[in-house]
Design a protein around this ligand. Structure first.
Ligand code: SF4
Length: 211
């Protein structure tokens, strides 16, 4: 089973997720810099992980062109030690080399975006939906059927929304749980990974940004 080190970036954000709870307050993650990668190799050794994921704090591919050197450095470092990358983003049309990742996880915001998802080469393509109040079992069924027919999408996940009080919601919980592992993955909020943020390691996401 893959053991993840999750790099949490802050390159800013498109601000498009309707359920966002940090848009007003700001992202509580330090700005991501090239210097912040210097401790990554040690952190990989210390945690014994076999895959590195990149997510946010905002969207890791926000203003990609401005951060392409950071990604070149990351790919070079991980190629050197033979570790794959999993990328989490809502951006589908940047110059980022999606096909060089082991897995791309697209965080989709509406049903129409399913049409935009494209597999470029052999990367595994997963789509994730945060469960919002407007969603019904029929919407879930539509998404499931779409993914079943798709040649571009390999995997489907749903995850619960975290509200303004940083508490998980339970909309459609029983239905989603019933088919977890059979039709889709249902992700309940918890800390699965070790987190790497600007040179520091954290065990809990909520500790990021606290000193
Ligand atoms: S990517 Fe994150 S910070 Fe940006 S709008 Fe979506 S939830 Fe909010």
């Amino acid at each position: 089973m893959d053991k993840y080190l999750s790099i949490i970036t802050n390159f800013g954000c498109h601000g498009r997720c309707p359920y966002c709870v940090v848009r007003e307050t700001g992202i509580n993650v330090p700005e991501t810099t090239l210097h912040g990668l210097t401790n990554l190799k040690n952190a990989i050794k210390e945690t014994g992980v076999n895959i590195v994921s990149v997510s946010g704090g905002g969207d890791p591919l926000h203003n990609f062109e401005e951060h392409k050197y950071w990604y070149s450095e990351l790919f070079a470092l991980l190629n050197n030690i033979g570790l794959p990358i999993e990328m989490h983003t809502s951006y589908m049309n940047t110059k980022f080399p999606y096909e060089k990742c082991k897995r791309i996880v697209y965080h989709l915001l509406n049903l129409d975006q399913l049409d935009e998802v494209a597999k470029l080469e052999k990367e595994i393509v997963r789509v994730v939906y945060v469960i919002e109040k407007w969603m019904t079992k029929d919407h879930i069924g539509y998404i499931y059927d779409y993914v079943q027919r798709s040649r571009d999408i390999d995997e489907l996940s749903f995850r619960q929304l975290v509200n303004g009080n940083f508490k998980e919601e339970y909309h459609l919980h029983d239905h989603l749980k019933r088919y977890h592992g059979k039709k889709w993955h249902y992700i309940e909020q918890c800390d699965y990974n070790d987190y790497y943020v600007e040179g520091k390691l954290y065990k809990r996401f909520s500790d990021i940004g606290k000193e």
